[in-house]
Design a protein around this ligand. Structure first.
Ligand SMILES: [Zn+2]
Length: 165
């Protein structure tokens, strides 16, 4: 069924409802990071490095961690937007559990040959426009939630992953 570009898809709505149920109406990036780590069964790490032209952020599922990399030198808001866009891809399950199948390296191996691995992922099929639209919408809502958060903690520890899937 076709959806208009302004329609929030069912999967974005479902994920958002789950996040609010689990983390509260607002939460911090660190709470979201813990939650995603729980859902994915591995740590979510953030990194900043120089990236190829045209790439602001990337997410690669390694054997031991999920790694979100943003371009070094971004201003604070753009970095947060880029990080949340990649987190949204993880929440939407656009990113596979292992980016290179059985050849997926661990974090240490990846870092030693980062440029080759990033180039290899860029040669892959990438996400389609519906996936990008969903990620953008979800990231925009996450940005609202994270920037609206003023408390020192969210509900996360109390309701720790009662299951969203
Ligand atoms: Zn994207």
């Amino acid at each position: 069924m076709a959806t208009s570009p302004n329609t929030v898809s069912e999967r974005v709505r479902t994920i958002l409802a789950c996040l609010i149920r689990e983390l509260g109406p607002t939460f911090q990036l660190k709470d979201l990071t813990l939650f995603v780590s729980q859902c994915r069964g591995k740590l979510l790490r953030f990194d900043e490095v120089p990236l190829p032209p045209g790439v602001v952020g990337t997410c690669i599922a390694l054997a031991d961690v999920d790694l979100i990399t943003t371009r070094s030198g971004l201003d604070t808001l753009l970095r947060l937007q880029s990080q949340l866009h990649e987190v949204a891809h993880l929440l939407l399950q656009d990113v596979p559990r292992l980016s290179f199948g059985p050849d997926t390296p661990n974090h240490a191996t990846f870092v030693a040959a980062r440029e080759q691995y990033i180039a290899a992922t860029r040669r892959g099929p990438g996400f389609d426009s519906a996936q990008e639209l969903d990620a953008e919408l979800l990231a925009a809502m996450l940005l609202e939630i994270v920037t609206a958060h003023t408390g020192s903690s969210s509900l996360f520890p109390q309701t720790f992953f009662s299951g969203c899937r």
